[in-house]
Design a protein around this ligand. Structure first.
Ligand SMILES: C[S@@+](CC[C@H](N)C(=O)[O-])C[C@H]1O[C@@H](n2cnc3c(N)ncnc32)[C@H](O)[C@@H]1O
Length: 278
């Protein structure tokens, strides 16, 4: 059976078309940059001089977007080498010098592999922002979840921001609501450019009786209380959480609601969690 690393490696070529959907820009980027920029508007060079760490960076899109918004250094960590090499290409094509970024291979759920690549002796509490975007649901247990948040926190400066995007527990575990809306599946599972069923791989299954998609326990989605506790244990305060926010300028930008269909308005399936280090 393929491992998750194999799956991401062999689908790296499809990742961009999968990930770069309008909802990504209009909801994810909007929510992220608004919440991490000191000015609170996420515009222009809002991350000026910041150091960014992106755990589970995929093809590096968010790290590279952070550089575009003024960050002085971005480190992306992932275990899929094919995504990492794509990240290096994209950063290079965008004109950033190699001294401004580093995309390195390590297993985020095995802290020691990350410490080998990014030793704490030199990197402890040196990052202004750490991203955990769509990776925490790969935690096999709550212990894994807490360890990954602890790892992120150890690199964060006091006053720095941990930005997490994840599924909303209340929606993702309520298959009735998901099925009723019948959008979760459409948007995530049936994307023609992703040649495997992303969520099926992550252990959802089709109930043979109802032919509806259900979740099994592997794709772990944690509650707000668990986030709160894990952040607190890692020396962070959960300052904000809630659905992704939609850029109100979307129609001026030439989009309509059906373009992004990212569920945020309708059922709040995707959440952001903002932690601040004490
Ligand atoms: C859903 S993708 C999200 C990618 C990126 N954060 C984004 O938002 O575009 C999950 C990413 O986490 C990576 N990943 C999953 N488990 C990992 C692990 N144990 N160590 C490092 N990376 C991992 C995958 O290779 C993949 O790039």
């Amino acid at each position: 059976m393929s491992t998750l690393e194999d799956i991401y490696n062999s689908n790296a070529v499809h990742w961009e078309s999968y990930a770069r959907q309008p909802g990504r820009y209009l909801c994810e980027y909007f929510t992220i940059f608004k919440n991490i920029s000191p000015t609170g508007n996420g515009e222009g060079q809002c991350l000026s001089n910041m150091r960014i760490l992106d755990l589970g960076c995929g093809n590096g899109d968010i790290s590279i977007e952070s550089l575009r918004r003024g960050a002085k250094f971005a480190v992306g960590i992932d275990f899929a080498e094919n995504l990492l090499s794509r990240a290096r290409e994209i950063a290079n094509e965008a004109g950033f010098m190699e001294s401004h970024y580093s995309f390195i291979k390590a297993n985020a759920f095995q802290s020691e592999t990350v410490f080998e690549q990014l030793p704490l002796e030199t990197h402890r509490e040196t990052f202004d922002v750490v991203f955990l975007l769509w990776i925490l649901d790969y935690s096999q247990t709550y212990e894994d979840f807490k360890r990954l948040i602890q790892l992120a926190a150890s690199y964060l400066k006091p006053g720095g921001t941990l930005m997490i995007l994840e599924n909303n527990h209340a929606v993702a575990t309520n298959t009735e609501e998901v099925n009723k809306k019948n959008k979760f599946g459409d948007w995530v599972c049936s994307n023609p450019t992703w040649n495997v069923d992303h969520w099926q791989i992550e252990n959802t299954y089709i109930d043979p009786q109802t032919q509806r998609r259900n979740y099994t326990e592997h794709l772990e989605i944690f509650t707000k209380e668990q986030y709160q506790e894990a952040l607190q244990l890692a020396g962070l305060t959960l300052e904000k959480f809630g659905p992704l926010e939609l850029d109100p300028r979307y129609s001026d930008l030439g989009f309509q609601e059906s373009d992004f269909c990212c569920l945020t308005e309708e059922i709040g399936a995707y959440y952001h969690y903002k932690g601040v280090k004490h």
